[in-house]
Design a protein around this ligand. Sequence first.
Ligand SMILES: Cc1cc2nc3c(=O)[nH]c(=O)nc-3n(C[C@H](O)[C@H](O)[C@H](O)COP(=O)(O)O)c2cc1C
Length: 152
Amino acid sequence: MIRLIYSSALNPAYSPQSLLGLLAGYRARNQRLGINSLLLLMNKDFLQMLEGEEAAVDELYDFIQRDKHHLQLTLLSRETVSYPSFPGQPLVFIDTEELARKLGHPVHLSNIAPHGELDHAERAKRFVQEFINGKWHHHLANGLNPQVVHRR
Ligand SMILES: Cc1cc2nc3c(=O)[nH]c(=O)nc-3n(C[C@H](O)[C@H](O)[C@H](O)COP(=O)(O)O)c2cc1C
């Protein structure tokens, strides 16, 4: 079993809402493939963790990489693991800004993994923590791509 984590940026041609309608289909496919997943959306950036049998995860990631809904995919981690962090959960989707509004405070790791789901997944825990702290983002607050800004 492997755990793969990547970050990406929403393609500006699409709204976050346009993706929300597709999540049920993604969830059904993950269930069929025996994949567990956590998908975080923060502003216009994604962090996704995919867990499952190596062939299934790699094949799905191939599809995901070719998906026009997002750009700048960055593979952050791909490691062999003994068991999944989100067993029985084909797709946990969290819009962190919406959750923060609901909670009335910035999102903490404990809001994403309330039952210590990531306690035994050190690398995944670090990437999720860093992502909600603002790392691994592809957009600046002004909507520009930081990599392009740096090249000027
Ligand atoms: C950020 C993001 C996350 C995605 N996650 C999944 C996923 O967990 N499972 C899945 O089947 N498809 C996922 N997709 C969709 C795939 O990239 C691909 O479009 C889809 O599997 C193709 O099947 P379809 O034509 O039936 O939509 C994701 C797409 C994006 C943009």
